[in-house]
Design a protein around this ligand. Structure first.
Ligand code: PLP
Ligand code: TYF
Length: 398
């Protein structure tokens, strides 16, 4: 029965991680998969998470099922992070949130919901985008198209081309935006550009789907929500897929959420029953532990302020590595301009390194970078910066 089955291609990012693990080079450096690392190159459990887990261990009374949409305390905490305290979306009950297994789970449920209820819709994703986006939407049979985003010449946002692309998107289609810290480029619209995009969305009548996987990694928790909050001033409907893998370091606990916003509380309630139906036929109800940690932290003054400090220190370290990388390349005699890297936000940057240069870095130096040239800045440390920049200087000389 199975003899005809061919091997599937490896995930271009997760596959790289396996190759890194198997590399015997003692000086290897992993700038591939998007996982935060500290100065020691480790991905430790946050102190706020450990303390929340201690509390949970003592308090937990049952392992009985959660409801399809997850725990109320978690769902409420998610909405406060997304929209801000006392936002009218919350007070008017225009949003409903379901806890999903990670941001990917949220995207998958969103995809099924869209396919079922907007079957004619095409999904539009930025060019480039996270490698998994296209696959998730295609897996439910949605058409996926791409809109202009990155300008390889300026290493920045091609805003004119972006507006021109989205001006062609008809009412009823769905456009995916990265809420902040665009993966893979590290380039986000400015507040003024978000405003223009929101106005365009309202004029065209397409549905925005925000993928919000890095809240707090750009400028700050509130600042990073600016894009989606600006949209909500101009459009009545939205889907939001958010993830706590990165900002709580809860990668393997699979904590995220899908939030739906409609024009009236009645519409939201009705649509949400259909979201729950998609969940029921997928995984029935979510795993509890990760969401209990997030809710415990966000609902405790003390743990929340500890978490905010820890998040800030992750954000600050990445900013620092960006500047140090640009400066160290300069001291190695690299004449190409890499200053764009210090202007970008979040974990990732498009380095402009070619596939050949990426291959040489891996083969000759044990440096792992995604084939597109995307680098995970969070993989850099004071210790690996010199050898990293020496290697890049070597491959750039050709
Ligand atoms: N969306 C983007 C843009 C991402 O970079 C990631 C990375 O993991 C995800 C979604 C998925 O998040 P999760 O790991 O929580 O499924
Ligand atoms: O882009 C990244 O590196 C992260 C982690 O299928 C990731 O978002 C990568 C690939 C994947 C799942 C997560």
């Amino acid at each position: 029965m199975f003899e005809h089955i061919q091997a599937a291609p490896a995930d271009p990012i997760l596959g790289l991680n396996d190759a890194f693990r198997n590399d015997l080079n003692p000086n290897k450096i992993n700038l591939g998969v998007g996982v935060y690392k500290d100065e020691q190159g480790a991905t430790p459990i946050l102190k706020s998470v450990k303390q929340a887990e201690e509390r949970l261990l003592n308090q937990e009374l049952t392992k009985s099922y959660l409801s399809i949409e997850g725990a109320p305390a978690y769902r409420q905490a998610v909405q406060t992070l997304l929209f801000g305290e006392d936002h009218n979306i919350i007070t008017k009950q225009l949003a409903q949130t379901a806890h999903t297994p990670g941001g990917t789970g949220a995207l998958r449920i969103a995809a099924e919901f869209i396919k079922k209820h907007l079957p004619e819709a095409t999904m539009w994703v930025s060019n480039p985008t996270w490698a998994n986006h296209q696959a998730v939407f295609q897996s439910v049979g949605l058409e996926v198209g791409s809109y202009a985003y990155y300008d390889a010449n300026t290493k920045g946002l091609d805003f004119e081309a972006l507006l021109a692309s989205l001006s062609q998107v008809p009412a009823g289609d769905v456009v995916l935006f990265h809420g902040c810290c665009h993966n893979p480029t590290g380039i986000d619209p400015t507040p003024e550009q978000w405003y223009q995009l929101a106005k365009l969305c309202s004029k065209q009548g397409f549905l925005p789907l925000f993928d919000f996987a890095y809240q707090g990694f750009g400028e700050g928790i509130e600042e990073d929500a600016k894009g989606l909050r600006t949209f909500l001033e101009h459009v009545p409907e939205m889907l939001i897929a958010n993830s706590f893998s990165k900002n709580f370091g809860l990668y393997n606990e699979r904590v995220g959420a899908l939030t739906i916003v409609c024009e009236t509380a009645e519409q939201t309630e009705a649509a949400f029953t259909q979201v729950k139906r998609c969940i029921r036929t997928n995984y029935s109800n979510p795993p509890s532990h990760g969401s209990a940690i997030v809710a415990e932290i966000l609902n405790s003054k003390e743990l929340r302020s500890l978490w905010e400090m820890e998040l800030k220190s992750m954000r600050t370290r990445i900013h620092e590595m960006r500047s140090l990388f640009v400066n160290t390349l300069r001291t190695k005699g690299v004449t190409q301009d890499f200053s764009f890297i210090s202007k970008q936000r979040g974990m990732f940057s498009f380095s402009g390194l070619t596939p050949d240069q990426v291959a040489q870095l891996r083969k000759d130096f044990g440096i792992y970078i995604v084939g597109s040239g995307r680098i995970n800045v969070a993989g850099m440390t004071h210790e690996n910066m010199e050898p990293l920049c020496d290697a890049i200087a070597t491959v750039l000389k050709g």
